[in-house]
Design a binder for this molecule. Structure first.
Ligand SMILES: C=Cc1c(C(=O)O)[nH]c(=O)[nH]c1=O
Length: 309
């Protein structure tokens, strides 16, 4: 079965990769993704300087998914730029996630990445919900507009954006109208975790993570319908751009749903954290079997073909 996918002018052996933040903080983890059956992989969102992140416990898995308030722990952008410099791109494409704490930090990191002239593809994170005191940029439309105007001008190459979930049609319309102003925003990754949820342990009568009184971003089964809606909403509204799906993927059927909704590639977060990089071989096998059963010969034929009633 032909599982090949494409984004920008890059071919992928299959549409799967990790969600930024999962299995991608350290070189050893990145090498594990490099050597896995994923079609590509992405680094942990990085900041100008290294960050320890929020106090632990800051990640917790539930039967339906996960909650996290990691707080953007990362090794600093030069660590990931060094990885991208040393990486052999003949193996599979590599993405770099950037999540500066300010516009100036994002411009500095993007300028360094631009000047390095590497094949790595940038995903600009506009949606981290877990840095205390830092609102999610993509929930402030004027701030997002300013960020994209400046980063497009500075970086000057195609890049993508990692978006938070929206829950209102008017917000899909307004966010898409801003993204459509910037042709260098070549792809949209939907969704980041659903921010500021609360998981309660009834035995302990307590929250389960330490930061922010237990408030954190949720992923997994909880978010699949919202993720699919955001993928389809931006697929419909941004015909000059591509969409990467992220959220709630645990089986080949979930990958198929994201493809139908309009995703060109599909990221895996919570399920990867819980199962490890071996998940990519399982998901590719399940996706191939599903396509076979349905009579498809490629995923291109599925992309965006969601029917309405
Ligand atoms: C980049 C920080 C993020 C984090 C984090 O490091 O807390 N968690 C998420 O669920 N999404 C993020 O974008």
């Amino acid at each position: 079965m032909d599982l090949s996918a494409s984004l920008l002018d890059i071919r992928f052996a299959n549409p799967l990769l990790n969600a930024s933040g999962v299995w991608c903080r350290y070189n050893e983890e990145l090498d594990g993704l490099r050597d896995s059956a994923a079609g590509s992989f992405i680094t942990k969102s990085c900041t100008l300087a290294t960050r320890a992140g929020n106090p632990e416990p800051r990640y917790y898995a539930t039967p339906l998914g996960s909650i996290n308030s990691m707080g953007l722990p990362n090794e600093g952008y030069t660590y990931y730029l060094d990885y991208a410099r040393a990486y052999d791109y003949a193996k599979k494409p590599l993405f770099m996630s950037v999540a500066g704490l300010s516009l100036e930090d994002n411009l500095a990191m993007l300028a360094a990445i631009r000047d390095a002239g590497l094949p790595a593809v940038v995903e600009l994170n506009l949606s981290c919900p877990n840095v205390p005191g830092k609102p999610q940029i993509a929930y402030d439309f004027a701030a997002m507009d300013r960020m994209l105007e400046a980063t497009s001008r500075e970086y000057g190459r195609p890049f993508g954006v990692k978006m938070p979930p929206y829950f209102d049609i008017a917000h899909f319309d307004e966010a898409a109208a801003i993204l459509n102003k910037y042709p260098l925003v070549a792809f949209i990754t939907c969704i980041n975790s659903i921010g500021n949820a609360l998981v309660i342990d009834i035995e302990q009568e307590s929250v389960v993570i330490k930061p922010k009184d237990g408030f954190g971003g949720i992923g997994g089964d909880y978010v699949l319908p919202t993720a699919l809606a955001n993928v389809n909403a931006f697929f419909r509204r941004c015909p000059q751009k591509q969409v990467i799906g992220c959220g709630g993927v645990k089986t080949g059927e979930h990958v198929f749903m994201h493809l139908l909704a309009g995703a060109s590639l599909v990221q895996v977060g919570t399920a990867l954290q819980e199962e490890g990089p071996g998940i990519f071989a399982r998901l590719n096998g399940e996706l191939a079997a599903l396509l076979e059963r349905k009579g498809y010969t490629s995923i291109e034929a599925v992309l965006g073909k969601l029917k309405t009633l």
